[in-house]
Design a protein around this ligand. Structure first.
Ligand SMILES: Cc1cc2nc3c(=O)[nH]c(=O)nc-3n(C[C@H](O)[C@H](O)[C@H](O)COP(=O)(O)OP(=O)(O)OC[C@H]3O[C@@H](n4cnc5c(N)ncnc54)[C@H](O)[C@@H]3O)c2cc1C
Length: 441
């Protein structure tokens, strides 16, 4: 096991966005379940806290610790696939891009994914990471079994049939219940997606939103602030034998347009904000895109431009009104924003701390370029989302506390009971969890 301790040098760890940093007492990179369990037992004996990090892609302080930081980069194997049952069992640290490639080699795929594939599977499910879909939910909804190491170092197998109370809560556990060691997930036969990206008037997009959702497997849209432009994205399963996107085509779309050109706009816009509205009006009108590719290559694109993000889940029925209020606020405030607002949809689930618990959902996400002030913008949008009982993404910036969050989650007490059972001493807590979950009681 690779280990670093603070006695030799002052250790530090930063998240992807660079807005969260901590100085752990020790950093370990175990390569077996037994090593992870031993770290938890040693920490318990020493009265230290423990925090596992995935890929550090959360914008919140959820993964920070001054205790023992556990990185699972040496713990990324696919353990088992069962094409008949449609299941895959993996070590919890596996990154989604590696999982996607390994599944593809076996003729399988994840049913749905978010925008990127850099996260670990355990980090993704722990914060209720999601994409967009008419008939599907977030990634945690596809979990069918977990092995989890509790605060005393004991290892618990859980599924709907075994330790069902633990399974129920631990699929979206915020890292507060224990260290997830292995994850068993649903996998479907590999499939292609036919992708279409169409610039359109945002009013037209809103007027047709329900029809677009109903008629497409995966629909989402981006609105470009300061303009009338939306970019609607329609992804549909296809069995048609269409030519796949070539390497140049993929590089042009994913790297040149979405990253390099966008990065230039953000950099120049920081010095001369007045250019942003002018470029924003031109960029979306530059044309529609259409291609076919393997599902995971269509769902996920590289994100090289660093940013800070807040995303709220609200009931599906509130989507248009809430979105229009965000637009009206941005216009009123005079804010000049270089990043679009992203709007996505999923069906609900029954996972106590899942943002989509018990309802069909709309997600509204706001971003700002790195090192940009976001407080005023995000607080104003959060005020709007509060009116709809909005639930913030656990891995994205927000200003809520346990007091304001508890009434938004009908099974809050069930989650807290599982937390008390698995981690009575708060071994896996940190200041963020203290804020959003409150004390263990
Ligand atoms: C560029 C970018 C794009 C994104 N796109 C999307 C998107 O499309 N949809 C969406 O919903 N979110 C999105 N996110 C948010 C991201 O998916 C979540 O924040 C996710 O949690 C990050 O995964 P991670 O592996 O980096 O976890 P980390 O941020 O490292 O950790 C998150 C939490 O999981 C816990 N954890 C990790 N591993 C374990 C384990 N083995 N056992 C117990 N707890 C564990 C950590 O302790 C921490 O509490 C995006 C983020 C970025 C930076």
């Amino acid at each position: 096991m690779a280990t670093s301790t603070s006695r030799r040098s002052r250790l530090s760890w930063k998240n992807w966005a660079g807005n969260q940093e901590c100085a752990p007492a020790r950093i370990d990179a175990p390569s077996s379940e037994e090593e992870i369990a031993q770290i938890v037992r040693d920490a318990a004996a020493a009265g230290q806290r423990v925090k596992v990090v995935g890929s550090g892609h959360s914008f919140t302080a959820i993964a920070l610790t001054d205790g023992r930081l556990v990185q699972l980069d040496n713990y990324q194997r696919v353990l088992k696939t069962d094409a008949v049952k449609g299941q895959v069992t993996v070590q919890a640290g596996i990154k989604l891009h590696r999982l996607n490639e390994e599944l593809d080699r076996r003729g399988l795929a994840m049913p749905n994914l978010g925008d990127i594939d850099r996260q670990s599977i355990s980090g993704a499910i722990s914060t209720a990471t999601h994409g967009t879909a008419r008939d599907l939910g977030g990634i945690a909804r596809d979990v069918v079994g977990l092995r989890i190491i509790a605060g005393d170092g004991s290892i618990i197998d859980c599924s709907p049939e075994e330790n069902a109370d633990v399974f129920h809560a631990a699929r979206v556990g915020l890292g507060a219940l224990g260290v997830i060691s292995t994850v068993t997930l649903k996998a479907v036969p590999a499939f292609n997606l036919h992708a279409r990206e169409v610039p359109m008037d945002v009013e037209e997009c809103l007027a047709n939103m329900d029809d677009y959702i109903a008629a497409n497997d995966h629909f989402e849209f981006y609105w470009v602030p300061g303009t009338r432009w939306a970019i609607a994205k329609f992804n549909n399963r296809t069995a048609a034998d269409q030519p796949k996107r070539g390497a140049w085509h993929q590089f042009r779309d994913d790297m040149l347009f979405n990253n390099v050109a966008f990065w230039v706009v953000c950099r120049v816009g920081r010095v001369r904000p007045s250019i942003i509205p002018r470029v924003a009006k031109i960029m979306p009108s530059s044309g529609a895109t259409e291609y076919v590719d393997s599902s995971y290559k269509v769902f996920c694109t590289p994100r090289m431009v660093r940013f800070y993000e807040m995303e709220y889940e609200i009931p599906f029925e509130a989507a248009t009104e809430a979105f229009n209020r965000v637009r009206a606020y941005i216009k009123r405030s005079g804010l000049i924003l270089s990043f679009p607002i992203e709007v996505r949809f999923t069906i609900g689930d029954d996972i106590p701390l899942s943002t989509t618990y018990g309802r069909r959902s709309c997600y509204i996400a706001c971003h700002v370029y790195e090192h940009t002030q976001y407080q005023q913008y995000f607080e104003a949008v959060e005020d709007i989302m509060d009116d709809y009982g909005g639930r913030p993404h656990w891995g994205k910036l927000h200003f809520q506390t346990a007091e304001t969050l508890a009434p938004r989650y009908p099974e809050w007490d069930e989650f807290q009971a599982a937390r008390k059972k698995l981690d009575p001493e708060g071994r896996f807590s940190n200041p963020y969890l203290d804020r959003v979950l409150g004390p263990i009681a």
